[in-house]
Design a protein around this ligand. Sequence first.
Ligand code: HAM
Length: 423
Amino acid sequence: MAIQRPKGTQDLLPGIIEQWQYLEETIRSVCREYGYEEIRTPMFEATELFQRGVGQTTDIVKKEMYTFQDKGDRSMTLRPELTASVCRAYVEDKLYGQPQPVKLYYIGPMFRYERPQSGRFRQFHQFGVEVLGADQPIVDAEVISLVWNLYKRLGLSGLEVHVNSVGCPVCRARHREQLQEFLISRKKDLCNDCQERFDRNPLRILDCKNPSCQEVTVGAPTTRDTLCEDCSTHFEKVLAILGRAGVVYRVNPRLVRGLDYYTKTAFEVMVEEIGAQSAICGGGRYDKLVEEIGGPATPGIGFAMGIERVLAALQVQNKLPEEKPKQFAMLIALGEKAQIEGFALVTALRSKGMPVGMDLLGRSLKNQLKSANRQGASLAFILGEEELDRNVLVIRDLTSGEQMEVPLNDAVEEIFMKYQRGV
Ligand code: HAM
């Protein structure tokens, strides 16, 4: 049996990869405009980083990590997300010694052992940003507005930006108590997972998709009801700044994120059209995380968006750019001598930065022309025995069919000039 790729992974082939490149380029230019710099961290980290960072009670740590012992008997984990890694780098590489805040972004693969389905992969890709060293509400607004502007730049519509505040450890303890009090009499109606969450992490019960749990939690106290003054003021300021900047959002008091590190602002962006896995972006503030993993007390905020899901949204909304022709020109060589001369010509043109293709299979003139058309070339340079004898090159415009000859010695300059003029 032929070996197949692992479940929940994809091969990104030419034809599709151009869409990824388009999205990545757009992301990079928006990040530049906002003053974010790229960071790249390892694909795997010490398992403890995610256990401590993401949280022991989360689905990610409990069920979804690709964890293995390396040959030195250390427990390693393929990164399921990057916030913990970026905070580790902030501490390890002493980024706290640089001017604050440090504004970083990343694009790359993450790994989670989840049940694959449409929009959910085991190796998926995230674009994310993290801002470390600033606790002001305007930072929360900047991060959310970056997401908003990126989607606008991409031409996406029908997006819902949900925002909430999950409070700080002080108000969260109060919320936890009130929530448990509210749920205790109907604990038996909760699903098995939520019965377990009741003691360990009751907040997540508000997020359960099980209909019975949803019914039980109708009218339950939300984090917003129990915010302390500091968290409440912070949240109101975030909303005011966003509103003034024209970001359309919805306050969703039931929004709780699946990772343990969040404090204060939490947000998600949904697009219904892409199916059940409608969350294309999630993020929030994490003012305790850097300390949690052994660094100096440092506030942080960020988000990550699923590249596959953004591409799915662009696809259903018909917002992906038309494919551009792949080659500007193709050299058509007939016979061995012409092939050697032609190859030298192509090499000279390519070294000037001009994309030009050439037949590599020794095909006939007819088939080489067909292939030039298939590859979207607008010009063909034809070189056969007869042209070689006369020391000329034929340039054929593949759209109009017009032909001209140039002396072979001047061919590189002539062609390059045409290329620069876009002819
Ligand atoms: P997350 O909500 O776990 O947050 O993931 C963020 C986004 O990644 C999701 O909204 C979704 O679009 C995409 N995603 C997650 N899992 C999968 C999957 N299995 N297949 C396809 N796409 C997926 C985080 O990862 C946090 N680190 C975000 C963050 C950054 N918070 C603060 N800073």
